[in-house]
Design a protein around this ligand. Structure first.
Ligand SMILES: [Zn+2]
Length: 473
């Protein structure tokens, strides 16, 4: 078996860990439910996006070519409510939050999906899908003019959320997008316009109205990934009704299996409680970066708890994450400076061991705790050798490239920071400038400062000594 064939994921559908077998060798097609852009994304959303990023990056680490689709829900109950409340057109509201969303994605070093389809730009696909469901007898028109999905017609309804439908009242239906598992009933595919929608509607063959939230994801996922695809991700709160309904719609329309692997991340708590604006523990990424927290610390904190465990976000944890990221970055930087005589066999053994442990752990449903534990054990041991200046240039290079390869999956060290180490030339110039300052040759010191500047190295003389940073363009 090749390394590529050894990844296992916990599939919500079967409630078991399963070996990942893609539909097409070497390719992974995944759909991730994106943001509903009625407000700034909160850190609970970030957790889901970072988890999905880790899935994606691990597949890539193992050599898969990933096609990821993340939809943008820019029309639904909540976006319309926000637009009416703020008294501005829907598009103005959603554009604002889409922009903020892409800034967050960038800040958190989340790899870009191949497609970010917007619901409002896929109305014809949704109408066609509803049409198909009508033709096949799965949809009917309610007395309010909306089109509903008849869940009694889909014999497997409830198979993802594992709900039984015996208690179902025939004909009971729900028009809102979100409701509880106990309230399973016919849901809206196409919502007939009513006053609450204001000027948000499309005039289509289904009537004047707008799509239900669930049909949006069925239509957009199948458009970009095909009628059957490999992986569908989301938060656990998406299992019902959203993903259950996506299955019902898609499979009824195509007669094929919709998704092979369903992956869901657990909730995020803040200081031990469910995040809520009313509790004052509700944060967006910008709230935290505005307080001066490093987005890489946020990222590390989010990914260092296994995705199927509840994550308790605390400021203490964020501080600790910051230190851990620094530890990783410093380790990488130290390796660039290593110039010892060589440790020999022991370093080779340590390197092989950490690589095996890290990869084995990640292959096992992204067992991040075990992977990171192996990595930090390794760092501790190598640091001991670095302290004694025993690691040779060649050994350091090998370790460095392995750590940076791990970071392709983790995404917390990053290239920018890697460049924070100085070239030999710049180091020499700084040393000479110190000498010049020492002998009070200010002219020479200034000249060297300019020379460093030409290399993008900015010098600052502080009470603690000379500090430098690399200017980013
Ligand atoms: Zn969705």
């Amino acid at each position: 078996m090749t390394a590529q064939e050894n990844i296992h994921f916990f599939n919500t559908f079967t409630r078991r860990k399963e070996r990942f077998v893609p539909l097409e060798k070497g390719k992974a097609r995944m759909y991730t439910c994106g943001l509903t852009v009625y407000d700034f994304g909160h850190i609970g959303n970030s957790r889901a996006f970072i988890f999905e990023d880790l899935v994606r990056r691990w597949l890539e680490y193992r050599g898969y070519k990933v096609t990821q689709v993340m939809n943008i829900t820019d029309v639904d109950d909540r976006t319309i409510k926000a637009s009416r409340k703020q008294g501005v057109p829907l598009k103005e509201v959603t554009d604002k939050y889409i922009k903020a969303f892409s800034e967050d994605i960038e800040a958190l070093n989340i790899e870009k999906a191949e497609h970010y389809p917007k619901a409002t730009e896929h109305i014809p696909e949704m109408v066609a899908l509803v049409r198909k469901l009508i033709d096949k007898g799965y949809a009917y028109r309610g007395e309010d003019g909306s089109l509903y999905y008849d869940i009694s017609k889909f014999k497997d309804y409830g198979k993802l959320a594992k709900i039984k439908l015996e208690a179902l009242k025939p004909g009971a239906r729900v028009k809102v997008d979100e409701y509880a598992k106990e309230e399973a009933q016919d849901f809206a595919l196409w919502k007939a316009w009513d006053e609450g929608d204001g000027d948000v509607y499309w005039q289509t063959e289904l009537g004047k109205g707008r799509p239900g939230w669930h049909i949006e994801c069925s239509a957009m996922s199948m458009k970009y990934l095909g009628e059957t695809f490999d992986i569908h991700c989301g938060g656990v709160d998406n299992i019902f009704p959203h993903h259950e309904n996506e299955i019902a719609q898609s499979e009824a329309a195509t007669g094929k299996r919709f998704v092979n692997y369903w992956l869901h991340n657990e909730h995020l708590l803040v200081e031990g409680r469910k995040m809520a604006k009313s509790l004052g523990n509700y944060f967006t990424v910008k709230d935290l970066t505005g307080k001066g927290y490093d987005p890489m610390a946020i990222r590390y904190l989010m990914l260092s708890t296994h995705y199927r465990q509840q994550l308790n976000f605390t400021f203490e944890g964020l501080e600790a994450a910051k230190k851990t990221v620094e530890r990783l970055t410093n380790f990488a930087r130290r390796l660039l400076d290593a110039d010892g005589n060589g440790v020999g066999e022991d370093v080779k053994l340590l390197t092989d061991r950490v690589q095996n442990s890290f990869e084995e752990a990640m292959d096992d449903d992204l067992n991040i705790s075990a992977a990171l534990a192996a990595l930090f054990d390794f760092i501790r041991e190598v640091n001991n050798y670095l302290d004694k200046n025993r690691v040779s240039r060649q050994e350091a290079e090998r370790i460095f490239s392995m750590v940076m390869r791990f970071d392709e999956a983790l995404g917390v060290i990053g290239e920018v920071k890697k460049q924070e180490s100085l070239s030999k030339e710049a180091e020499e110039l700084i040393r000479r400038r110190e000498e010049a300052r020492h002998s009070k040759d200010w002219k020479e010191a200034d000249r060297l400062r300019e020379q460093l500047k030409a290399l993008d190295v900015i010098i600052e003389d502080t009470a603690q000594g000379v500090k430098w940073h690399i200017e980013k363009h």
